[in-house]
Structures are given as structure tokens and as C-alpha cells.
Design a protein around this ligand. Sequence first.
Ligand code: MSP
Length: 510
Amino acid sequence: MTGRFFVTTPIYYVNDVPHIGHAYTTVTADAVARWHRLLGDDVFFLTGTDEYGLKIARSAEANGISPQEQADVTAARFRETWDLLDVVPDRFIRTTDADHAVAVQAFLQKVHDSGHIYQSAYAGWYCVACEAYYEDDDLLPNPDGGPGLDPIHERPVEWFEEENWFFRLSAFEQPLLDWYAANPDAVGPEGKRNEALGLIKGGLRDISITRSSLGWGIPVPWDDSQVFYVWYDALINYATAIGYGSDPDRFATWWPHVHHLLAKDILRFHCVYWPAMLLAAGEDPPASIDVHGYLTVGGKKMSKTSLNQIFPSDLVEEFGVDGFRYHFLRDNAFGPDGDFSHEAMIARYNADLANNYGNLLSRVATVVAKKCDGIGPAPRPDSPLAPVAASVLAEATAAWDAMQPSVALDATWRLIREANAMLEEAEPWKAEPGPETDGVLGDALEVLRLVSILSSPALTRASGEAWRRIGLSGSPSEQSLPEAAAWGGYPGGLVVEKGTPLFPRLKVQD
Ligand code: MSP
């Protein structure tokens, strides 16, 4: 059954250029979107940049440029990075886009008109890096004396006092608990759901959603002395992109079939504030919120201050786009933290891509050239690999569905390993040409066809190249599952091309 699948990444702050942490979420969302396209779903994949707020205003000031210039320059860097990584969103939203201001004002006006917004004074600790308030209890001790440190960036917080507009978050404690109870699978993995429930059960306080001291934001429609607090504008991007405030019919077709991907740093905003805001605006909370851990380098979350950032372009030069995407999708399970290691990246590339996938293609092409005059034979209908292919398809489908690309790719590679094992046992390179040799080679070609399709969400390039080399036309990403994965789709009689290695082996550095 096909359906609608709307997948989002967080919109990234434009104070910093994209590193592999941003790429992790974005490549995952892109791969999941590609998987759903294979299933024939109507897919909408959204990413973009978060451009308002104090953090951006201050970083622009430090760079001696206007916030708009800061946003233009950095948003372009994000776009370039996604182009480089074959990430193809249906929309790259910028919060400075004109339709976003319309959506934010319409959304928050609705919440205001429903009586969930009121005016009050705010005084409290604020972390500009997080763009978030903290209670005294949340702060880490500051070794230098001074105000406490925020738990995410470990920087001293600042004292803010303002007359602001507040959102009555406290009124949504019970509705949120009811929503979590009625939708046990909406927030995952389980540990992250429990964390969100813990925050709600710990008690929710009303939250200030506007600023009077800042010009760089979206104006509050009922009070022109204030702009919206950046998080309240940012979250609404998910609604803007599908027509909130401008195209109600379009919004109604996509909402709430939305799947938000994000890391645990912004769990509170997505799993507590956002569903509450949606309820306050009379909308359903999202279909799912999938929270992953941190990609760490040397055991620490990547950050400018830790000087441990790694940029996608550094790795693409060495591993190629496919090597980059495959590594992060396969080696960093979605959920727990994972430490980046260059050695592990080389080892995985050599094992899975060069030795398994690449080698299967090159040995099959070589033997087909020698024993079958370069014409690929058809697979055997009763091949021992047919049931393996069926179970791999079932496992991969379940894993992509559960937002577990690493499990899906592991299952897919089982098919490659089994095909290589079959070849090693049958040794068609030593055998006489004939029906038996044809059968074994036909089975291996069928596996290559299937793997091209199943790996295409990760390997945007090599999957198409393997497809072409075994003589197929069109591309693996144009196929529809599950029909295209039925055993026996390789027709035989096609010219198989020998070529240079799909994934040249990489040397392990000393
Ligand atoms: N602008 C807000 C999000 C607003 S969404 C309505 C923001 N931006 S951010 O630039 O800080 O991006 C945070 C997100 O980037 C994380 O939730 C995660 O998706 C990704 N990551 C950034 N660094 C990361 C790691 N080191 N590891 C994993 N993901 C990381 O928060």
C-alpha cells in the first residue's frame, strides 16, 4: 500500500557551516525519502536553515556583516554541501522566506486567539548558543565562578529580563501525556520517548515566546514592539513548507503524515513544545519524531569550541559520495551516540564496498566475459538464493520503516555475502561453460540487480553504475518495491560490461 511520507531534518543555524553531524541527520532523511520513493509513496523531503534570533544576530555582528548577509552566505554553504552529498530535498526552506513569516504569524495568531498566549514579565537564565532558558537546577557549576554553564555547550548563561508574551505550556501537560499514551510509537527510540515523558511529568512551566530587545525576527502581529522567539518561529517551518497559512488544502494533504528526524540536543523542543503548540493551534501532533544520538569525535560532541569538527568535503575527497553516505548510514546506528573513527571508516569501506559489493560485480563481469561471451545469463527460478532475497527484502523493509538504516543495509549486505559464498563454492571461473555455470552466474547477476535497488537510497551513484554494467536500462531508483524485488527479474541475454573497480580499495594509513 502506498502512502504519503513527509520527512524533515532540523533547520540548521546559520552561524556555523555544516559538519558531519548535520550531514548525519540530513543524509539519513534523504536516504529514508529515497526508500519511500521506491515504495511508491508520495514523498516530501524538507531541510533548510534557521536564520533569525540572537545567536545569528551576534555572530553576524562578530563577522562585521548584517544578519541577512550572514544568513545568505551560510545558507549557500548548506545547499552546496547537500548538493555535494547527493541530498535532494523537495524544498530547502529558509526562515527568512516570505511565506514563512506568513505561516508563523497565522499559526501564532491562532494560538493567541484561542487564549493560550498572555503577557507577563520574564526574568531568568538564558543560553544564546542553545537559544533556550534554563532553571538554576539545569545548570552545570562554573569553574570560574560566574553564572552556571548550560548543559549542552557548557558556556556561561546570561541573565535576561523582559516584558514578553507567554505560551501557556503548563495547560498542555495532561493533553501531552494523553497524546503520548494514545501514540506509543510516535516518539522513538524508546529511551528518548521516556526522556520526553520524564520532562512532561516533571512539570511544564509557561514559556516566553517573544522578544522585545531584538529586531532580527518575525514581528508579532498583535504587538509590533516584539518579534517571535526564534524557536517558536523555527518549529513552524515544518508547517510552512506544506502550505500552512497560504494553501490550506495542501497543508491538509500532508499534515500530520510527518516524520521529524533530529538529535537529542533538541528533544525538548520537538517532543514537548512542538506537539503542545500544535494542539494549541488545533492541529494534530506529528506522526513520528525520531531522535538520534550524537556523532562524537574523540568522544566529544563536535563543536567549534572543541575544535573537533570534521567537514563532509574532507571525507568525500577520500571516500567518494557513496563511501560517505554508506559509512554514516551503516556504521552509526540511529539512536545511540557513535564516535567517528577514520580507521573504522576505511575498514568498513574496504570490507563492504570494495571487497563485497565491488568484488561481486567485478568477478561476475570477468567470468561472464570468459565463459558466456560477455552475455549475462538468466537466474535459476529455484536458486538457493531466492529465499535469501525474500527474507532480506522483508528485513530491509522493516528496518527502513523503523528508521534503522544500519540494520537495513546490514540485511542487504547479507545477500551480497551469500552470493559471494555461492560463487566461491561453485567456482564458475574453473568450470566448463554450460547450463550449470550459466545458472550460478545468472543468480549472481540477479543478486546484483536486487542489491542495486535495495542499496540505492544509500549508494546514489554506484547502484546506478552496477545496474548499467549488468546491462539493465533505466535506473535502480526508478523501480517499485516490492514487485521489482521478486526473484527472477534479471532477464538474461544482456551485455555485461567489465569496468574499473566500483570501489577502489583504500590503503590503511600507518
Ligand atoms: N536551529 C535549531 C533547530 C531548529 S529545528 C526547528 C538547531 N540547529 S543546529 O544547527 O544546532 O542543528 C542541530 C541538529 O544538527 C541536531 O539536532 C542534529 O540533527 C544535527 N547535529 C549537529 N551536530 C551533531 C552531532 N554532533 N551529532 C549528531 N547530530 C548533530 O538546533
